[in-house]
Design a protein around this ligand. Structure first.
Ligand code: SAM
Length: 268
């Protein structure tokens, strides 16, 4: 697939891959691969793949005899994913309208993407449709922001020094913290054997300032919130005190995060 992404979108994708992926998302891939139970030769669809960290892990697991597809609606994410791993099938598309035939995949996986879907019920029906009978689904979803206090602190910084809209954009990823709500949606789509496990992982950023900088430079622009260099410098300085508790002796920033991995099956 030829991806038509602007230079700004490609820069945002590369920034996401360089900053967010190693710090926050990569540690979750083992939970997802294990939770889904992906095996060699499997056909796997990773929905909301971003720059493809989980897709690459699935590819390593399913081997050359398998088929692994990463799907995301953001051209810059898909362009970067392709740059990093040209050997995987990357598709531009959204969860609500999957461009695949019924029963195409043994495993459908999605890591920290569901909270952004426009229509969760439609996306669940689509995930069900493209899963083979007997196939499995695994999704990773952050618990509430109260259970992820470092993000509560980042939201407080944005609320105080940027704007309520900026703060809300960082609350959004934590908006599906109720596993029962997601279980009901999956059940209504037809999945059974629905179960979830809570997992914790350490997030590690190069510094406490980077914790905020990735949001200012890599997240807010996705919501059309663009700050001047002067404003970014001010916010980073002002955030020093409230985020200093996350500093490690080596000067990095580290904090625990918690999410749940929900798994389900399409009946035979
Ligand atoms: C936080 S990122 C997670 C990316 C990746 N799974 C990872 O672990 O790094 C969320 C992704 O959801 C994608 N997304 C947003 N709305 C979507 C939709 N309706 N269907 C599929 N993906 C969507 C975004 O483009 C973004 O790449």
């Amino acid at each position: 697939m030829v991806v038509d992404a602007t230079q700004d979108e490609i820069q945002a994708g590369r920034g996401y891959e360089a900053l967010f992926v190693p710090a926050l998302f990569a540690p979750w891939c083992d939970h997802m691969i294990g939770g889904a139970g992906i095996i060699e030769g499997a056909h796997v669809l990773d929905i909301a793949c971003g720059t493809g960290v989980l897709t690459r892990a699935a590819h390593a697991c399913s081997g050359h005899s398998g088929r692994v597809v990463g799907l995301d609606p953001a051209p810059g994410m898909i362009a970067t994913a392709k740059e990093v791993e040209p050997d995987v099938e990357w598709v531009l598309g959204s969860a609500e309208d999957l461009p695949f035939a019924d029963g195409s995949f043994d495993f459908v996986i999605s890591q920290f993407g569901m909270m952004f879907f426009q229509d969760l019920h439609q996306a669940a029906r689509e995930m069900y449709r493209v899963t083979k009978p007997g196939g499995r689904l695994a999704v990773a979803i952050w618990h509430t922001i109260d259970l992820n206090p470092a993000y509560r602190d980042i939201v407080a910084v944005l609320e105080e020094y940027v704007s309520p809209e900026a703060a809300n954009s960082v609350r959004l990823p934590f908006s599906l913290g109720d596993p029962d709500e997601v279980a009901t949606i999956l059940s209504q789509a037809g999945f059974d054997g629905i179960a979830f496990e809570t997992k914790s992982e350490q997030a590690t950023f190069p510094s406490t300032r980077t914790m905020v900088e990735v949001e200012l430079r890599g997240w807010l622009p996705l919501f059309d919130i663009h700050l001047s260099e002067g404003k970014i410098a001010d916010v980073l300085t002002l955030s020093d005190v409230s985020l200093s508790k996350y500093a490690t002796p080596s000067g990095k920033a580290a904090f625990p995060t918690t999410a749940y991995i929900m798994t389900a099956q399409k009946p035979e």
